[in-house]
Each structure stands twice: as C-alpha cells, then as structure tokens.
Design a protein around this ligand. Structure first.
Ligand code: ZN
Length: 276
C-alpha cells in the first residue's frame, strides 16, 4: 500500500464568482458549510480565501477570523489561509492574517503571471511574509509556479528564513505560467528537496490528468472551485463533487486518505490544531 494522501480543498479562491460557478461559497457561513461537506468526503486541509460582501477578494483579518471560527465550530480540518498576490498589495496587507496564527498559510517564493494580472512576489515581500510566519509559528505551504521559485525556496531554507522540511505545492496549468504538460510535473518533482512533503494544484483543463498522475506518483493533491470550475464543458462542478472525485481516485490508486489529524503528523503540525 502506498503512502496516505492528504486531500486539500480550495473552495473559493479569488477569481470564481457566482456567475461563473453557482456552487462557489463566498460568505463565511457558506465557506464553513462547504468545507464541512468536503471534510466529510475526505479533505484534510482547507485552503481559504476571504471575500467582501460584493464578492471581491480581501486580505482583511477580521473576515478570515470569522471564517476560522465558523469552520472550527464544525470540524477539525487543517486551516490554511492565502497570502496570495490577488488578495492584497503590500506585505503588511497580505500578511495580516498570519497574526491570527492559523495552522498554515500559503507563500509563493517568486513572481509569475496569472491570466490577467501579475503574481507579484518581490524578494523583500517574500522575506517579510516568511519572517512573520516564523514569528507566529505558522507553517507555510510553499507555492511553486516554476523551477526558479523552487530554487529560491531552497535558497531561503539554507538561509534559515524557511524551516525544513518544507511543504511544497506545485501549481501547474495557470494561463501565463507553467502549463499542465506532464513533463513539467515530472521535472518539478525530480527537483524537489528529498525531505520535503509535496502536493499538486492543477488548474482548469489540466486538473483531470495531473490530479490522477499525482495520486499515482505518491504526491498529495488539491482540488476545489479555486482551481477548476468545471470538469465537463458547460457543467459547473461543486467542491463536494471535486473532493469525491479525488477520494475515488485515491481508492483506485490504493492510497488511503489521511484524516486531518494524520495529515498534521505528516506535515509536522501540532496535534489538535490551533484554536482561536
Ligand atoms: Zn489560493
């Protein structure tokens, strides 16, 4: 039997709107309810973005705090907040949620393009965010959109700015960044530091084949409306359907699904999770 697989759900993201996908959860209540459904289907980590009342991305820690409280009332899923470039501009803005001491936050270690904007992460901003994570004892999920970001993460780890073993998420299929060609996945996986844990986020059309491939290769897998709004053209998909698809895939690949508590042990997080 292969290693247990950690399933992550990214239910909301910054881009999906109700118009694009009627199932996307936007308010703290909707997000918490949807995360509970996904948790019951096998998700061990929730990668969370916050929105304003008019659907816009926000880095406001007050909104994140409400979401955390509502999720915690329902289940013990690992809570991972986004510090992504579309959520805010400055390091202070993007990093404000780190002071809430969630179990994990995302950290991109370089810049790239999204479809319509820049995934802007200058070196100073990366260091400032990483330092705030160290100060608060929050584990980063390192977001890698190409090899240079991976090499930069290894460099930052050597300098002691990032702790090892790192948890590295390989992001493929973003329009304007590295495509979902399986060769790109193999190349990045071969380049990973040996001791790191790793997962794959595959966007849009690449989702079907890369999530299957990652499951077979022994990596951890992310899904959710943030990454894929439809599996079949013109048919919006729900977060629950996406997690159920991965759970079925895991069973077919002989990968037991890690509970949140098992995932904590695999990622070196404190048992029981951080309570607010
Ligand atoms: Zn995200």
């Amino acid at each position: 039997m292969m290693e247990k697989v950690i399933l992550t759900v990214a239910p909301t993201g910054n881009v999906p709107t109700r118009e694009l996908n009627p199932y996307v959860p936007l308010t703290p209540d909707e997000i918490a309810e949807d995360i509970l459904r996904c948790y019951n289907a096998g998700a061990a980590i929730a990668h969370i973005h916050a929105r304003t009342d008019d659907e816009q991305p926000t880095p406001d820690p007050a909104v994140f705090k409400t979401i955390i409280q509502k999720v915690r009332e329902k289940c013990d899923i690992i809570i991972q907040l986004s510090t992504g470039a579309r959520g805010g501009k400055t390091a202070a803005e993007r990093g404000a949620c780190i002071d809430l001491k969630p179990e994990m936050v995302s950290l991109a270690t370089g810049s790239s393009n999204f479809a319509k904007s820049v995934n802007l992460n200058p070196p100073e901003l990366i260091r400032e965010l990483a330092q705030r994570m160290l100060d608060n004892g929050v584990k980063p999920e390192i977001e890698i959109f190409d090899l240079s970001m991976l090499e930069h993460a290894v460099f930052l780890a050597k300098k002691g700015i990032l702790k090892t073993p790192m948890h590295i998420n390989l992001v493929l299929g973003v329009p304007g960044s590295l495509s979902g060609d399986p060769r790109n996945l193999f190349f990045l996986v071969e380049s990973l530091p040996k001791e790191s844990t790793w997962s794959v986020t595959s966007i849009g059309k690449s989702h079907r084949h890369l999530s299957s491939l990652t499951m077979a290769l022994g990596g951890h897998v992310r899904t959710g409306i943030e990454d894929v709004m439809e599996l079949d053209p013109g048919k919006p998909v729900s977060n629950l359907e996406l997690v159920q698809r991965l759970a079925n895939l895991a069973r077919a690949c002989d990968r037991p699904i890690a509970t949140a508590e098992e995932a904590r042990a695999m990622l070196g997080l404190k048992p029981g999770g951080v309570q607010l």
